[in-house]
Design a protein around this ligand. Structure first.
Ligand code: MG
Length: 169
């Protein structure tokens, strides 16, 4: 990926990275972990009394792709904006960009949370999706594997498809 193609900006509690320039219009939002990225091999870092988030995120660059969701992504009409909205912290941005590049995924905007943000993911994602809408994007559909986030998106009036990762049982 050519770094010149990327534009980063901080907005609220989020770090936004635009790929190939800023756009507005109809958007489809995808989560990463458990939706596009198969994080099963690093879930063990979160088990037990003290979840090791550092190790969990550090291993994210090696995740396999979830092919079914990636296929949906590639079949979307080209004029749709693809927003990747993840609760991953900004410090794994480089690894995340490398992973997206390796799997040749199509995307327009990557929204990550700022380092040190310890709010529940649904609060971060709610603020972020409101920001995406305020920026002029009409969010038509979300893909999400955490039912708490699914509920939140639906409460915002956004149709949301639940993808079963099994991480939150
Ligand atoms: Mg997820």
């Amino acid at each position: 990926m050519d770094v010149a193609d990327l534009a980063a900006l901080e907005t609220g509690g989020s770090l936004w990275t635009w790929h190939r320039g800023l756009r507005d219009g109809t958007a489809v939002v995808f989560d990463l972990d458990g939706v596009l990225s198969d994080a099963a091999s690093r879930q063990h870092h979160l088990k037990g009394p003290r979840p090791d988030w550092e190790a969990f995120f550090a291993a994210s660059g090696d995740d396999p792709l979830i092919n079914e969701v990636a296929t949906v992504l590639h079949l979307l009409a080209p004029e749709l904006i693809v927003v990747l909205l993840t609760a991953r912290p900004a410090r794994v941005r480089t690894a995340t960009l490398g992973w997206l590049d390796r799997h040749q995924l199509r995307w327009d905007l990557l929204v990550m949370r700022k380092d040190g943000d310890r709010r529940p993911a649904r609060h971060f994602k709610q603020e972020a999706v409101r920001g995406v809408r305020e920026r002029g994007m009409d969010v038509a559909l979300c893909f999400e594997d955490d039912l708490r986030n699914v509920e939140m998106f639906r409460s915002e009036g956004i149709p949301t498809l639940y993808v079963h990762s099994g991480y939150y049982d």
